[in-house]
Design a protein. Structure first.
Length: 446
């Protein structure tokens, strides 16, 4: 039995002092408040591990390589060309090495689970690997090697644009017929053996999958998470209107059974009716504020959506920077800059950091079909210790406010499924993983 003693712990009922958390294996056995610190690992503040609900791990390998402007104005679409070139070059070994560093950085940031929106399925020439699940198995291996829980979301991708347009040559590694895609999911049902891992699926977008294809996949897979990119760029909204006479979120809500198993990634461009419909559906809005800023996507209408009871979680998406506090900071700062107000996403009187962390913990767990992110008996021992390096000693939610917006509060240790993966802010395998990453990206660039 392992015991962590925390001066402060964020429990389901709020912050508590002098908390002893005991776990035996992967699950929390007991939580005692007002405890004495006898012989236990001692931490200053303990919070539940966070789900990172949207990642394309391989894109970590091109972080910083698409920040140079060419002759014409850059956009999401010019970035996508650079990204496609990078994606076409990666071997399975290289992708795994890059994913391992992304996952090490996620754990160091305070994430204990990733939703991997995985579409790099086939060989560089588009041929199916001998094992069609080859690339998915590399994602599983990276999660296992680093200790991160995985909600694997293989992506269904069939078309270049609305109306079932044929895929472009640069998309050849992503493409499946529905039958072959369902066989991939069946094979992963058998090959995913860690008890806390989950399998869902993801129609890439309304550009890449038709309504009929999505309906067929839902019929074949009636449970588990369903994720989709939607309404990230204005051009996507315009093209959807042209093809279908409906906006992307409007169309999704009208034609698919969007409910609490769904996670709509980005959902940036919403009318009032779309925003209210999404909030009422019970689906999670999967916000990726750092990537959305990096790609020039636009600003999600978070204040109204939250006031309407909408659920959200956060994702690191392109992994151009792998941050947890940073994602929530950018989410809030986008609103402050446009509304010229402060503490917008606090929603009402109270701590902004507290509201953001609590919201993202709940929405992230829902979107990834994970157990509730709580420090409570029976919950997985997914725990993040924060430390205060400068003072003044934080109390309660002030821990979160200083972590997100101030200085001197940082992640110390992280346990995922009861295993201490990070201590002193460093993952136990950081050096090995960085060496593998360096070899992989140097080979890709050679
Ligand atoms: C992706 N990423 O699938 O990696 C997408 C770009 C697309 C973001 N949207 C490709 N951030 O949407 O067509
Ligand atoms: Zn994405």
């Amino acid at each position: 039995m392992k015991t962590i003693f925390a001066d402060w712990a964020l429990l389901p009922g709020g912050w508590a002092r002098d908390v002893a958390v005991q776990f035996d294996g992967a699950a929390i056995a007991q939580v005692q408040t007002g405890a004495a610190p006898s012989g236990a690992t001692r931490v200053q503040a303990l919070i539940p591990g966070m789900a990172n609900l949207h990642s394309h791990a391989f894109q970590r390998g091109m972080a910083g390589l698409a920040e140079t402007r060419g002759d014409s104005a850059d956009s999401f679409w010019t970035w996508r060309e650079v990204m496609y070139r990078f994606a076409l070059a990666l071997t399975p070994d290289q992708m795994q090495a890059i994913a391992e560093l992304a996952y090490v950085e996620m754990l160091e940031a305070g994430f204990t689970r990733v939703g991997e929106f995985h579409y790099l399925h086939h060989a560089p020439d588009g041929a199916t690997y001998a094992d069609p699940a080859e690339m998915s198995l590399r994602i599983l291996a990276a999660a296992q090697a680093t200790g991160l829980h995985l909600t694997h979301l293989p992506v269904f991708y069939a078309h270049a644009d609305f109306g079932g347009a044929p895929p472009a040559p640069g998309q050849r590694r992503f493409i499946h017929a529905p039958e072959a895609f369902l066989r991939l999911l069946d094979s992963l049902d058998r090959q995913m053996t860690r008890p806390l891992d989950r399998l869902g699926f993801a129609p890439h977008s309304l550009r890449a999958a038709t309504g009929d294809e999505i309906a067929a996949l839902l019929a074949a897979r009636p449970t588990g998470p369903v994720h989709i990119h939607v309404a990230e760029q204005l051009r996507e909204v315009e093209d959807c209107l042209k093809a279908h006479g409906q906006r992307p979120v409007e169309r999704l809500l009208a034609t698919q059974p969007v409910d609490a198993r769904w996670c709509l990634i980005h959902a940036t461009h919403l009318t009032q009716a779309e925003r209210q419909g999404l909030a009422a559906s019970g689906a999670v809005a999967g916000l990726c504020p750092v990537t959305e800023a990096n790609l020039g996507d636009g600003l999600f209408p978070a204040p109204d959506f939250l006031a309407e009871g909408g659920r959200f979680g956060i994702g690191t998406d392109s992994n151009v920077r792998v941050a947890l506090a940073g994602e929530l900071q950018v989410l809030e700062y986008g609103q402050r800059l446009t509304l010229r107000q402060r503490n917008v996403l606090a929603g009402g009187p109270g701590s902004t950091g507290g509201a953001l962390i609590r919201g993202a913990l709940a929405g992230g767990a829902q979107a990834l079909a994970a157990p509730a992110a709580e420090i409570a008996p029976g919950a997985p021992a997914d725990l993040v210790a924060l430390r205060d390096d400068t003072g003044p000693a934080p109390q309660g939610d002030r821990w979160l406010d200083r972590w997100l917006f101030g200085r001197g509060v940082a992640v110390g240790s992280v346990w995922a499924g009861g295993v201490e993966c990070v201590s002193g802010g460093r993952h136990r395998d950081r050096d090995r993983v960085v060496a593998g990453f360096r070899r992989a990206v140097e080979a890709v660039q050679a």
